[in-house]
Design a protein around this ligand. Structure first.
Ligand code: HEM
Length: 117
């Protein structure tokens, strides 16, 4: 039952991301936009702060799974790299290739790691 509940949490968050992200994307056109880059940066900063606070609190409901955090950090660094490079190319009017999908797909992968691991 836990797995079904956590899967629903993942779907719930992805649904929210689809509505908010879709709204931003439709308003901005299909490229790597500034909100994607700022969102990717924010995930790394907020994630690291969450880990710091959870480590400081040290009770049963704030245990830090270091393997999971390492995987999320690697994926998040890939997301932010794709977003930064894609946005820089878009600013110069160059084709962003698969970078938008790498950033978006990486973020979805991290939602699944966060909710299911
Ligand atoms: C694209 C990047 C990322 C995405 C999309 C993402 C997504 C999420 C989501 C959806 C949750 C909520 C899961 C739940 O409540 O069960 C979560 C929780 C969390 N994330 Fe991330 N994350 C990202 C990057 C990171 C990074 C880089 C770190 C740390 C280095 C991190 C650390 C955490 C921690 C510690 C929590 C647990 C908060 C808690 O419930 O106590 N995340 N993340």
């Amino acid at each position: 039952m836990d797995f079904v509940y956590n899967l629903l949490v993942a779907l719930h968050l992805l649904g929210m991301a689809a509505v908010v992200g879709g709204w931003i994307a439709v308003r901005s056109g299909r490229t790597v936009t500034a909100p994607i880059v700022w969102g990717a940066r924010a995930q790394i900063i907020t994630g690291l702060v969450l880990v710091g606070i959870a480590s400081a609190i040290k009770d049963d409901s704030h245990e830090v799974n270091n393997a999971k955090i390492a995987v999320k950090l690697v994926i998040a660094l890939g997301v932010v790299a794709a977003a930064e490079i894609g946005a820089a190319r878009a600013r110069k009017g160059r084709d962003t290739g698969p970078l938008l999908d790498v950033a978006g797909g990486g973020a979805v992968a991290n939602v699944l790691v966060a909710a299911l691991w």
